[in-house]
Unconditional design. Sequence first.
Length: 104
Amino acid sequence: MICPVSQFPHYSSKQADRFTGTAFFIVAMTDPSPPNRAAAAAKIAANPSGYKVCEGCDSIVGSGTAICPNCHSYRFDNSPERVTLQARLLGSREQRSVTASDLG
C-alpha cells in the first residue's frame, strides 16, 4: 500500500517523488493473499479519469504519475476508452509482470 507521508509522518523509510514534490513510503501489507485483479480493474474502469496507461509497458498508473515506475517511460495514453480497455484486459488474466516482492 502506498500512502502519502503527511498521513504517517513518524515513518522514516521515505522515497521522495522528485517530479511532484510529494514523498511516499511503502507500507507492507499484512494480508499475504494475492490481490483481486478483477476488483482493481472494476475500480479503475469506474473512474478512468484518475488513471492512464503507460505506452511503454501497458501498465496502468495514477493520473499524476510523470514517469512509469515499471519501465521509466514518460509517454501515456489517458483516454478513458484506453484505460477502461486495459483495466478489463489486465483484470481478466493473471499477473505476468515482475514485482518487487518477486525479486527479494
